[in-house]
Design a protein around this ligand. Structure first.
Ligand code: AVI
Length: 314
């Protein structure tokens, strides 16, 4: 694991245009900062999808085409604290739908908290927590051949390139059966004055989240990044519909990393690209879905039409 981290950091920092993978944001500190981000006034994404789950619950249930007569499995990839999903679970439970809820997450801590919370709030609900890799868990659930609805919320797909997103969704499909559904929650392309502040909040939480990557390299790989000489810089191109996060060197400087045994030079103003957060429209989603075994069935929007939950059928 640390070996892979080391190699990816080395490769990214040696490139002509420097990069670091966004998956390394999420250590304990990064997880906590992301929870803070989701509660920021500027980070509209979470509130918009919660609006759908709170106010369009019945539309969601209808789009799943499930009946109270037959059983299904509701699987959530990266369930976190389950705030949004709880709205749906409450409604399914109240209407006596016959299902088990399988939240999958890499954090056993998050899963245990969620299980405890749901036991309190919805004591009749059957919760089967699944710790680990999404695809491994899905492969093991496939054997049951039970109808499945998979939730992938929060525009998490947006942190992948379009090709990677298509591969990811294709792989999800290969672990499902014909007729199973995928709910894909995505942020929509919109004006710069709305998107950019979500990645450049006034309290500097997103800056800490981004720079935490350098802290991780210092702590885990023996780096000597001086965090005072780097700053967070988000950019958003309205036409392309991609928000990008960079870490910018504010001085000419050299950084050493013990684990790689190398030094890396930075010129003043040089950027390290750390994340893409893709925003979508129907055409972009259709182009991605075309390369998979899914068909697009329905789209459910929040009241501001900032965010969409697309329902796909395998
Ligand atoms: C997890 N992901 C969808 C977030 C996003 O909006 O791209 C991560 C994030 N990065 C900065 N702020 C939030």
């Amino acid at each position: 694991m640390i070996e892979v981290f080391k190699n990816e950091v080395d490769k990214g920092l040696q490139a002509d245009s420097k990069t670091l993978p966004s998956k390394y944001f999420y250590d304990k500190i990064g997880d906590a900062l992301f929870v803070e981000i989701m509660n920021l006034p500027e980070y509209y994404l979470t509130r918009c999808e919660l609006d759908i789950f709170q106010n369009k619950t019945q539309e969601l249930i209808e789009a799943f085409s499930v009946s109270t007569e037959s059983y299904f499995e509701l699987i959530e990839l990266g369930a976190g604290d389950g705030t949004k999903t709880k709205e749906l679970l409450r409604s399914l439970d109240a209407q006596n739908y016959n299902f088990d809820y399988f939240p999958i997450d890499i954090s056993s801590n998050a899963l245990n908290l969620l299980e405890k919370d749901l036991k309190n709030e919805l004591p009749n609900l059957s919760v089967q927590i699944q710790e680990g890799d999404y695809f491994k868990v899905l492969a093991s659930l496939k054997e049951s051949k039970k109808p499945k609805i998979v939730l992938f919320l929060g525009s998490n797909i947006g942190n992948m390139s379009d090709d990677m997103a298509a591969d990811f969704i294709y792989s999800l499909g290969s672990n499902l059966q014909a007729g199973d559904k995928l709910l894909l929650g995505v942020d929509l392309i919109k004006a710069r004055h709305v998107v950019l502040p979500a990645y450049n909040d006034s309290q500097g939480v997103t800056e800490r989240f981004n720079l935490n990557l350098l802290d991780r390299i210092n702590n885990e790989l023996g780096g000597n990044f001086n965090l005072n000489q780097f700053k967070h810089q988000p950019e958003y191109d309205e036409l392309e519909g991609v928000a990008k996060s960079f870490i910018v060197s504010t001085a000419n400087q050299t950084v050493e990393i013990n684990a790689t045994g190398k030094t890396y030079n930075f010129t003043e103003g040089e950027k390290i690209h750390t994340e893409i957060s893709r925003k979508y429209n129907d055409a972009l989603i259709e182009k991605i879905i075309e390369k998979t075994d899914f068909n697009l069935e329905t789209k459910i929007l929040d009241s501001k039409a900032y965010f969409a939950d697309y329902i796909l059928r395998r």
